[in-house]
Design a protein. Structure first.
Length: 160
């Protein structure tokens, strides 16, 4: 199966739980499937891009650099999205360059599955897709908290 895996960033270094979960899932999938991994990358991440080839047959990147958090540029960037219906954390990844490369991949290759690793890459998907797509949201903490709240007997305990 040919899989197109879309993500906002590279998985290396493996320093966070989400990155580790995705890496190990992709490592197992790569044994039987051909994975093309697409993400944003900053200048100087060449070794990380090369390392991604352990879990992906092809790595496609789009240049991106976020402004330093709490800097003037960060606040100016965030202000651009005040009227956007999407949250800043998702909307800031809307990218003409990412969408253009994505459209070229979908036009030039035949994939059997598209995986959007979390919500961020979904803002760049076209309305019509040539194959099934899934949103992989591996961060289950919110679901755990929801289940805890649902099982509490008192209204106060559910609210907390």
């Amino acid at each position: 199966m040919r899989i197109l895996w879309l993500k906002s960033d590279l998985l290396l270094p493996l320093d966070k739980g989400g990155r580790l979960r995705t890496w190990h899932l992709m490592r197992h999938l790569a044994k039987r499937h051909d994975i093309t991994y697409m993400s944003f990358a900053e200048n100087g991440q060449e070794s990380e891009i090369e390392g991604m080839r352990e879990v992906a047959a092809e790595v496609v990147t789009v240049p991106r650099k976020d402004p330093v958090k709490r800097s003037l540029l960060f606040y100016m960037d965030a202000a651009r999205y005040l009227a956007d219906p999407l949250p800043y954390a998702v909307a800031k990844y809307r990218s003409a360059a990412y969408k253009s490369k994505l459209m070229a991949l979908l036009r030039d290759r035949q994939f059997e599955l598209i995986v959007c690793d979390f919500l961020v890459p979904a803002v760049n998907l076209p309305k019509s897709l040539p194959c099934p797509a899934v949103i992989f949201t591996h961060n289950v903490e919110a679901e755990i908290w929801r289940r805890h709240a649902d099982t509490k007997s008192s209204g106060r305990a559910r609210w907390l």
